[in-house]
Ligand binder design. Sequence first.
Ligand code: ZN
Length: 474
Amino acid sequence: MANDKFVSQIADIEEDFPRWYTDVVVKTKLVDYGPVKGTMVIRPYGYAIWENIQREIDARFKKAGVENAYFPLLIPMSFMTKEAEHVEGFAPEVAVVTHAGGAKLEEPLVIRPTSETIIGHMMGKWVESWRDLPLRMNQWCNVMRWEKTTRPFLRTSEFLWQEGHSVYATGEEAEAETQDMLHLYEEFAKNVLCMPVLVGRKTEKEKFAGAVATYGMEAMMHDGKSLQAGTTHYMGQNFAKAFGVQFTDKDGALKYGYTMSYGVSTRLIGALIMTHGDQRGLILPPPVAPVQVVIVPIAQKKEGVLEACNALCEALKGEGVRAKVDDSDNSPGWKFNEWEMKGVPVRIELGPRDIEGGKMLLFRRDTCEKCEAALGDTACVKALLNSISRDLYGRAKARMDERIVGANTLGELLDGVNGGNFVRAGWCGERACEDKVKEFAQATARVLDETNDMPVCVCCGKRAKHTVFFARAY
Ligand code: ZN
């Protein structure tokens, strides 16, 4: 089989999933390792996926009325210490600049691990009256968090993300946006990444440093582990008080605002790879695939073949499809393997006999099935791309639903996560029990389930306050 050579270059997805992942991201040229340990270089093929993710999310933010801005990379050290929980949470991860311009700085500068502090400071300056509220901004930027163990896209010291920050006059409004943005992410995950997620509130232990409440969306990866794919945070007045974000209300009284923030990062690329990929490599969801349709000419030196391929490509582009003709000197078999590994959703094979018969051969990457269509039938190709998106989501959703199991005891919980499942279990709300679950099963509370129906704590057997989705996580 022509594929064997390529398959053998990628570790077995069932036997060594972590190795499969690093093989795939490197061999498909999404990413490479940077010279500084823990950094990554996002290569053009990977960056093109990020640009598609950005475009989709940015359009949703703009529709919701959020404006983009840009804040500095460097934050005075003194800002970090203004919110006590925040500094404690981020202190182990921050990189600090102590020297610049050949001299020691009077005050060390933190490279932003997130921008609540500097944006809080600026909000304090810009907000004066109730008329200035709400103030809703987003920035697309890089952040730095010094991590001990790193993996491309999943955990690197520097990564790209968006961070949205809003300040409102009331807590209800800020809380409402915390929920709205969580659901915006959920809809994006479903319709753009074709990835089902669980959304819900995080426990105190798992919440953002300085937040009143954190909400997360969690996705199930191929190996049954969870990946936190996005978070939203309600800060109450914690940051407003630390940074003096005050306004004169309609009644003339001076009040503190209520803030919230939300973010997703290049982690989403890791998430979609580990949700959809198979032994041959990537399977990219059509909405984010840099190339949605690759056209492979058969006997491309024969008269009329390349012309027909190029005409088809132009017709597809005209319909808004990201199409490409691979007219390189490699054999068709080599091209098939290469583009399958790179996860291109649809391949069209076109040779002299097809052209003569007025047909083209379509191959869909997700199921590896082939079908014929009339040459130049762009509507058929677009319909196929839509079916692939729908089916990718459907399969991932069915897998996640199948692999959510209940547990009443720690033993059952351990069996559940060992079997690659998310485990729904009752929890009394005590930190000690959450810690015990972690120690016993290496599983953490991912999000709370609104359907709060488990009667007893999986750990201590007391009455449960919450139902929790427990899982091992990336
Ligand atoms: Zn308990």
